[in-house]
Ligand binder design. Structure first.
Ligand code: SF4
Length: 292
């Protein structure tokens, strides 16, 4: 099912909290050491949120391998959330991220969809309308440009399937326990009802690579010839938005070196909005460090 050969990455995303709109779990949590089994029979479709990052790549591999073994690969679809461009026309995401996600779908032979927020032309527009940067306690970026888009796509697939009842969907994402204590606490399987009356859809979030280390993620790429984005080869450790206030400063400095025009536009917005990009450092300081 996989294509080789594969160029090994030289470096070790926002898998983003895409389904935070859902209600509390009905499925018991499992520890990272004991990966929970996903019940394909109980679901009509499994959507994989693929940002084009390495964790998405290994998630696609894991889901498709398990689905194939269970004879359920036909239920799997890959969704890439398009975050649009800035006012000056720069992509918010890394150029080529969409193509990497598309390559994942092609490799595993599953349908690929690209969707964008119905409310916001781009994440940039959303940030400017908000008037301040996203932060740990203001994740409107993921809820509006990823979570809502994922929900709409689940509804779209549900309508396509003409089930005559609410669609039962799995939603797989590449979050891993190693990334942060908050992510370590997340259950591998979490059954939710969407906000509202719960009559439109039932969605199970699934974190199939939650237990993997970064090294294991890269090994899965090498062993299976999974495509990765070239930004990793240029020193990036994560493939989130090119300028994410939640990213590590070292990654932002490297990103500013690779994306000087985009960072210049963001720095201008920082001045215009009067809010520092990160608590610990401004975009101007990031740009200065990138130049030094
Ligand atoms: S700004 Fe950061 S947290 Fe928000 S969507 Fe982009 S990568 Fe994810």
């Amino acid at each position: 099912m996989t294509n080789k050969p594969f160029t090994p990455p030289c470096a070790t995303g926002c898998a983003a909290a895409q389904l935070e709109l859902f209600a509390p779990p009905a499925v018991p949590a499992k520890s990272p050491a004991e990966p929970a089994e996903f019940d394909f029979d109980a679901h009509d479709v499994v959507v994989i949120g693929d940002s084009g990052g390495k964790d998405s790549g290994s998630t696609v591999h894991e889901v498709c391998t398990q689905a194939d073994k269970a004879g359920q690969l036909h239920k799997v679809r890959i969704l890439h959330c398009d975050l649009g461009t800035t006012e000056r026309g720069h992509l918010v995401e890394w150029p080529g991220a969409l193509e990497v996600a598309r390559a994942h779908a092609k490799q595993y032979g599953v349908p690929f969809a690209v969707r964008r927020s119905k409310l916001w032309e781009s994440l940039w527009q959303r940030i400017r309308a908000h008037g301040n940067w996203p932060g740990h306690f203001a994740r409107y970026c993921t809820s509006d440009t990823k979570t809502a888009v994922g929900r709409d796509y689940v509804d779209e697939v549900g309508a396509e399937l003409r089930l005559g009842r609410p669609v039962r969907a799995g939603y797989a994402m590449g979050m891993r326990a190693e990334e942060s204590p908050a992510r370590a606490r997340k259950p591998v399987l979490e059954r939710h009802r969407m906000s509202g009356k719960g009559t439109l859809r039932v969605v199970t979030t699934w974190l199939p690579v939650h237990h993997l280390s970064t090294d294991q993620v890269w090994k899965a790429h090498r062993d299976n010839g999974i495509k990765h984005h070239e930004a990793y080869d240029q020193g990036m450790r994560r493939l989130s938005c090119r300028a994410c206030p939640l990213a590590h400063t070292d990654d932002l400095v490297r990103s500013a070196q690779l994306n000087p025009e985009l960072f210049e536009e963001y720095a201008q917005a920082e001045t215009d909005m009067g809010h520092q990009f990160k608590k610990s450092i401004s975009l101007r300081e990031i740009i200065e460090r990138a130049r030094s």
